[in-house]
Design a protein around this ligand. Structure first.
Ligand code: PEP
Ligand code: MN
Length: 266
């Protein structure tokens, strides 16, 4: 397999010094104050590596909150300056990529709806050529492992060195326990295809409701995932998107202290 995951040097650092890798923050950036309140608490706890916040939000139907747009990039810059946390946001178009790079965002993630579209991922890969940025690829919404691998290959072929896969579960129709079915065999298959590729679990989008998150986190630890991308909001019930699945910074702290204690991660 030709895909290059994180360079040997950066992988060593991630695995040995900072396992698990944690990307935490709200589903969406809503205001500068909201980002700062959440980020200050996460920074104080010292477990979070990257602060996430979506500023361009892919919504299933129009009329829902679609993100604050470019102004959120300035807010993320301020978060980084004040807290020292690295920043992450979702990109779905080439314009998003150029804007995010202009504002020094450290990690760009490609969302599940975009990974499902090879035209879109290729355009993003072309826009990323030559950039020194970390790129996370969420699995496609549909359970098609080759499509996930293909998107990773496109980003790798553009010369991106630091690539991380994120398992956020797969859509299904009808009632089910999870918002997105975990289908753990798929990320495990990916891990075999690309040895050394770090894979994080996104328990927030798998669960859809916060009560299920600890169980999913525990499972991901047992299966050898490399960390988490997890949604955290200072007042989850007031969140403008994904309110039911976000944790408070305090809950994340407790979860991390308790559920990871006996794992080989710490
Ligand atoms: C998100 O991370 O808020 C998001 C929209 O994710 P996904 O692409 O996994 O649905
Ligand atoms: Mn979300």
């Amino acid at each position: 397999m030709e895909v290059q995951a994180a360079s040997k040097k950066s992988r060593k650092k991630t695995v040995e010094k900072r396992r698990p890798l944690i990307i935490a923050g709200p589903c969406s950036a809503e205001s500068e104050g909201q980002l700062l309140q959440t980020a200050r608490k996460l920074a104080a706890d010292k477990r979070t590596d990257f602060f996430r916040a979506g500023i361009w939000k892919p919504r299933t139907r129009p009329g829902n909150f679609e993100g604050v747009g470019n102004v959120g990039l300035r807010w993320l810059q301020r978060v980084k300056k004040e807290t020292g946390l690295k920043t992450a946001t979702e990109v779905a178009t080439t314009t998003h990529v150029y804007e995010a790079l202009k504002y020094g965002i450290d990690c760009l993630w490609i969302g599940a709806r975009t990974t499902a579209n090879p035209f879109a991922t290729q355009e993003i890969a072309d826009a990323l050529r030559g950039a020194d940025v970390m790129v996370c690829l969420k699995n496609p919404v549909n359970p098609d492992p080759a499509l996930w691998l293909g998107a990773i290959e496109r980003i790798s072929a553009a010369g991106i060195q630091k690539i991380i896969a994120i398992h956020r579960g797969f859509s299904s129709y009808g009632k089910s326990r999870y918002r997105n079915m975990p289908q753990w065999a798929i990320p495990l298959w990916l891990k075999k295809q690309v040895p050394g590729l770090p894979i994080l679990c996104d328990p927030s989008h798998i669960a859809g409701k916060r009560e299920l998150i600890p169980h999913i986190v525990r499972r991901s630890v047992l299966l050898g995932f490399d960390g988490l991308m997890i949604e955290v909001h200072h007042e989850p019930s007031k969140a403008l998107s994904d309110a039911g699945q976000q944790l408070t910074p305090e809950t994340l702290e407790r979860l991390m202290a308790g559920k990871f204690r006996n794992s080989s991660y710490l």
